[in-house]
Write a protein that binds this ligand. Structure first.
Ligand SMILES: [Zn+2]
Length: 319
């Protein structure tokens, strides 16, 4: 019998990752292109097609069954529409599913990127054996996914799991969403970068100045790790503060959902994982009811950069 194939896509603001999977969920090929997000929806679609065409280039000994994809923003997963994606230039209500199905003649399924990451870890990574999971992904921003009884909880308009916008400091810093004191505005890599740069401006010293780009002053997760490991006082102070706010948010969410497991992922966690987890756990314990805390595991995601691809695969296979 002919082999069946699936494609999983992770559509991000800067790059699009793609994986070709056989029916045993084994990744047989991968591809990567830049998103060219600033050039608008038609260009983004063109880049997605390049990834898919690249994956399908060697004529398959079998048949492509479905494509799954994760994309940032509010996603109407039933209709496959990108409703709103502030960091990408889709415009409003972009009908991605319709466009892709017209071109490739196979079912195309779309979900929110962080939700898809959580599904990837649930099905193929750290979440094996658990049914109630909170996934939290810390990078440039903070995203999340909530899995209840083995099913992704999407909410009324597909926007559930926006853990980055839980309020942990009322009247705190302004957030990209328009609110104040959101977790993302206090604990994302962007927030840590802002805090470090503002302290340097006030005259504090830190070895991080030897790592970061002199021009754009960008502080990468790897810079945070290298300087944290060196015992840099300012970096430790800023990272610890982020962990404190993460702990408040995670502790509160645990009280609401009573999960078996909280999975942490994203670039910041991949760099600073164990150091941050210890600190986050200490604060979460303080704000979480003891019975709930005792029954919940804390894990770092196992799939790294591939979590989105595996999550998109599970979306394609399930439907
Ligand atoms: Zn916000």
């Amino acid at each position: 019998m002919a082999q069946k194939y699936y494609i999983g896509l992770d559509i991000g603001g800067t790059k699009i990752l793609g994986g070709l999977f056989d029916e045993n969920c084994k990744m047989v090929k991968r591809s990567k292109k830049s998103t060219k997000s600033s050039q608008g929806a038609d260009v983004i679609v063109g880049q997605i097609c390049k990834v898919i065409d690249d994956l399908l280039e060697d004529s398959l000994d079998g048949k492509l069954v479905a494509i799954g994809a994760g994309c940032p923003g509010i996603i109407n997963s039933k209709e496959g529409i990108v409703v709103f994606s502030p960091n990408m230039n889709w415009g409003e209500n972009f009908p991605l599913k319709e466009k892709m199905e017209k071109k490739y003649k196979v079912p195309f399924f779309l979900g929110n990127d962080a939700n898809i990451l959580a599904m990837g870890e649930y099905k193929f990574g750290a979440g094996a054996g658990c049914k109630n999971i909170i996934g939290i992904f810390i990078g440039t921003g903070i995203g999340g996914g909530i899995i209840i009884n083995g099913k992704l909880y999407e909410g009324a308009v597909g926007a559930a799991g926006e853990i980055g916008h839980t309020i942990v400091l009322p009247d705190g810093p302004l957030c990209g969403c328009g609110s104040r004191g959101c977790l993302e505005s206090l604990a994302s890599r962007t927030a840590m970068q802002r805090d470090i740069l503002s302290q340097l401006k006030k005259g504090r010293t830190s070895v991080i100045t030897e790592y970061m780009d002199k021009e754009d002053k960008m502080i990468k997760s790897s810079h945070l790790k290298n300087t944290y490991d060196k015992g840099d006082e300012l970096v430790i102070e800023v990272v610890d503060k982020a962990c404190y706010y993460l702990g408040i948010s995670v502790g509160s969410l645990m009280n609401v959902f009573n999960p078996d497991l909280v999975i942490f992922g994203g670039g910041v966690i991949e760099a600073l994982g164990e150091n941050m987890m210890k600190k986050i756990k200490i604060t979460a314990e303080r704000y979480c009811m003891p019975k709930i805390f005792e029954s919940c595991g804390f894990e770092i995601g196992k799939l790294g950069d591939d979590a989105g691809l595996y999550g998109a695969l599970s979306l394609a296979m399930e439907q």
